[in-house]
Design a protein around this ligand. Structure first.
Ligand code: ADP
Ligand code: F6P
Length: 318
């Protein structure tokens, strides 16, 4: 049943992602426009349990839409994965008059959001991760900036054979997009790579025979081992091969327009859902529309690399 809320909290959790600030800004201003009070929780669930809670006004979120990272900071918090930690979190919310919460993060953060919701704090999740690995949504806050950052870095690599490792945890979305966007010679995705390194070496030798001066292989973090892979490739082909691990630079930088706009819409929608008395929902972007799902249903969904995109990527290589 819908329950009216008066004061909402907002927190960012898990890995930070560009665009989170735009989402925070939209949550704060939408809620204030609807007559609600807003409190910011610093450092995710860790800050909640430490009661690092600040009042937020409309001006608290001025000049942040263009900034990477998150003004609320983010953290991982083991204590919140326990029933005691979750109960403590809900009690602290009540102590501070917080009866609604927006959690911006990934799947782990949403498990926590589901728990808060079941403990009586109306909670809405927003997908914030560069990895795009949240099943219920075709878009996650930060992915667009991350792939553009990685793409620009990869553009700077020329000549010789390069293995470029991109982030994504166990998912290959960043690798697939950079593979297509950078016109890479090979794309290794955790969802598809069969470990056949000899076939990879054969393709590199064939590329060199066909006159290609450089050979860029995008390797997803979920496969890893880029350094040792480079050594084996160099030994087998005689072609100088280097590994570049792009790392945390992919999580930083100025958010793209898409991340700012989509995060703003999602943030506004989260505050609207809370103002309408909703709880345990996850805001998503599906088939071109902003929608929301039950958190548990969303967590049970699965998704895979779009086969068509992968096939096109492979076809465009030759
Ligand atoms: P992400 O949200 O990006 O997937 P994590 O998996 O690290 O990142 O989760 C972020 C935080 O969410 C964790 O540090 C923890 O505090 C909380 N969390 C993760 N899993 C659970 C769970 N099963 N129950 C409650 N809280 C959880
Ligand atoms: O989820 C975002 C992400 O950057 C992943 O791509 C990566 O696997 C992970 O976080 C790294 O986490 P940490 O910064 O805690 O090492």
């Amino acid at each position: 049943m819908a329950k009216a809320v008066k004061t909402i909290g907002v927190l960012t959790s898990g890995g930070d992602a560009p665009g989170m600030n735009a989402a925070i800004r939209a949550v704060v201003r939408t809620a204030i426009n609807k007559g609600l009070k807003v409190k910011g929780i610093m450092r995710g669930y860790a800050g909640l349990l430490e009661e690092e809670i600040v009042d937020m006004e409309s001006t608290s979120v001025s000049d942040i839409i263009n900034r990477g990272g998150t003004i609320l900071y983010t953290a991982r918090c083991k204590e919140f994965t326990t029933a005691e930690g979750q109960q403590k979190g809900a009690d602290i919310c009540r102590k501070h008059g917080i009866d609604g919460m927006v959690v911006i993060g990934g799947d782990g953060s949403f498990r926590g959001a589901g728990k808060l919701s079941s403990l009586g704090i109306n909670t809405i999740g927003l997908p914030g991760t560069i990895d795009l690995d949240i099943a219920c949504t075709d878009y996650t806050i930060g992915f667009d900036t991350a792939v553009n950052t990685a793409m620009e870095a990869i553009d700077k690599i020329h000549e010789r054979c390069s293995i470029v490792e991109v982030m994504g945890r166990n998912a290959g979305y960043i690798a697939l997009w950079c593979g297509i966007g950078n016109g890479a010679e090979d794309i290794l995705l955790p969802e598809r790579y069969d470990g056949n390194e000899q076939a990879l070496i054969n393709r590199i030798i064939d590329n060199r025979r066909r006159g290609k001066k450089h050979n860029i292989i995008i390797n997803a973090e979920g496969i890893g081992h880029s350094g040792s892979m480079a050594k084996r490739i160099e030994a087998a082909t005689g072609i100088e091969t280097r590994a570049t691990i792009l790392g945390h630079m992919q999580r930083g930088g100025t958010p793209t327009c898409k991340d700012r706009v989509y995060a703003s819409i999602m943030g506004a929608k989260a505050a609207e859902l809370l103002a309408a008395g909703k709880s345990n929902r996850l805001v998503a972007y599906k088939h071109g529309e902003f929608v929301d799902f039950d958190i548990q249903e969303a967590l049970n969904m699965t998704k895979d690399i779009p086969e068509e995109q992968y096939e096109i990527a492979k076809m465009l290589i030759r």
